[in-house]
Design a protein around this ligand. Structure first.
Ligand code: PLP
Length: 427
């Protein structure tokens, strides 16, 4: 039995060596050794579930059984560790499995403080699963302001998402870390929305950074995976033990695909930021839009945090906005975009649009949703890496189609041929 997490990792977090090379060089080369036997520049996919031993307990190399470790997963983990300036990274079968492993590492009776507008699946895990093994979670909408009021003797973990989903609010990570560390509490940052290219939470003092690899790190909407990165040896032992014991691990093929995706993360993250910035400016200038949430805009209430936390004050590829005309107009907008596909998820090369109140956040009661800004007229966009001008024009034509004269007369120019407001999206 591994002892529960203590405050030890906080006091003197060992740091990885400062990287000699820049992000793009690390993305391409970290965890990518040439195959020593063939010279293959790209690693082979190692599908073997087991590895030969020359004597009992003496494996040929470092691998024994593929759930415990396999070459593709180890290489991917090494690459993520390099990009997050971490000593260690551990990959899991999904972002949600990563969350589950971290929460599972807490002893029964532990208390967690979380920002209110966490990812829906994280909220579900905190409220419906963690509770079952005796871990209590308190949610706060203003963690920098009232964190100390919520800390008690059992508080072991603080969970931050910055930017939040789907309203793109930012949290001052350093401010939360300095309060948490006074009490020996670990800070976890879900960095999915920005990717390690735009933000490195460990550099801001966080203890663990987590990603849904499904989003920007893989970046091609064809792998579900998660990863946690950190510096402490204690966390390495404890979370590594649970990674193997629980067994929620990615396949070798998925690890290989995600590693391939990661090699272009810097190019994709830059393009997505340029595109989202272009779209955000166009939305801000439109009479059909009530408000735009994008941390790359000077109008964003937390722009000052973006300037100190994000690489080059970048805003990332995600934004949301409130459309005039309420829920019906928002639904029409989602149906008449031609490049943005109506779908959940984010962070892929292709642009997506969704309606949080009816889709990703439909499970949250209306009053709680609206308290954090998720109104029925809020539309979320994930900007991919298409041409900025094409994305801008698509959004502008969709606004016209949803709210222009023709829409007011009830004739909507829809790509799927329907013209009413009887959309059946959401689940
Ligand atoms: C998608 C997502 C998750 C969950 O990841 P899965 O890979 O879908 O399990 C967690 N956090 C954020 C911010 C996400 O966007």
């Amino acid at each position: 039995m591994i002892p529960p997490l203590t405050s030890d990792p906080v006091s003197t977090p060992p740091r990885p060596p400062t990287p000699v090379h820049g992000f793009g060089t690390l993305a391409v080369h970290a965890g990518s050794p040439h195959d020593p036997s063939t010279g293959a520049v790209i690693e082979p996919i190692s599908l073997s579930t087991t590895f030969a031993q020359t004597a009992v307990g003496k494996p040929v190399g470092e691998f024994e059984y593929s759930r415990s470790a396999n070459p593709n997963r180890s290489n991917f983990e090494a690459a993520v560790a390099a990009l997050e300036h971490a000593r260690y990274a551990l990959a899991f079968s999904s972002g949600s499995a990563t969350t589950a492993n971290i929460l599972q590492s807490l002893a029964a009776g532990s208390h967690v403080i979380s920002v209110s507008d966490v990812y829906g699946g994280t909220h579900r895990y905190f409220t419906q699963v963690a509770k079952a093994h005796g871990v209590k979670v308190t949610f706060t909408p203003e963690i920098e302001v009232d964190i100390s009021e919520h800390i008690n003797n059992q508080t072991r973990l603080i969970w931050i998402e910055s930017p939040s989903n789907p309203t793109l609010r930012l949290v001052d990570i350093r401010a939360v870390v300095s309060e948490a560390h006074k009490h020996g509490i670990l800070v976890v940052v879900d960095n999915t929305f920005l990717s390690p290219y735009v933000q490195n939470p460990l550099d801001l003092g966080a203890d663990i950074v987590v990603h849904s690899v499904t989003k920007y790190i893989n970046g091609h909407s064809d792998v579900v995976m998660g990863v946690a990165a950190f510096n402490s040896d204690e966390l390495r032992n404890r979370l590594g033990f649970l990674q193997n014991a629980i067994g929620a691990v990615p396949s070798a093929f998925d690890a290989w695909l995600a590693h391939r995706g990661l090699k272009t993360l810097h190019l994709r993250a830059r393009a997505a930021t340029v595109n989202a910035t272009t779209v955000a400016h166009a939305l801000e200038a439109s009479p059909h839009v009530i408000a735009v949430n994008y941390p790359g805009l000077d109008s964003h209430p937390h722009r000052h945090i973006a300037k100190k936390q994000h690489r080059d004050a970048m805003g990332g590829g995600m934004l949301s906005f409130r459309i005039r005309g309420g829920h019906a107009a928002a639904e029409r907008f989602c149906r008449v975009t031609k490049i943005f596909t109506l779908a959940e998820s984010l962070g892929g090369v292709e642009s997506l649009v969704e309606l949080p109140s009816s889709m990703t956040h439909a499970g949250i009661p209306r009053d709680q949703r609206e308290a954090v800004g998720v109104f029925d007229d809020l539309v979320r966009l994930s900007c991919g890496v298409e041409e900025a001008e094409d994305l801008k024009n698509d959004v502008l034509q969709a606004l016209e189609a949803a709210l222009g004269d023709s829409a007011k007369n009830g004739i909507v120019n829809s790509t799927n041929g329907t013209n009413g407001t009887n959309g059946t999206n959401g689940h």
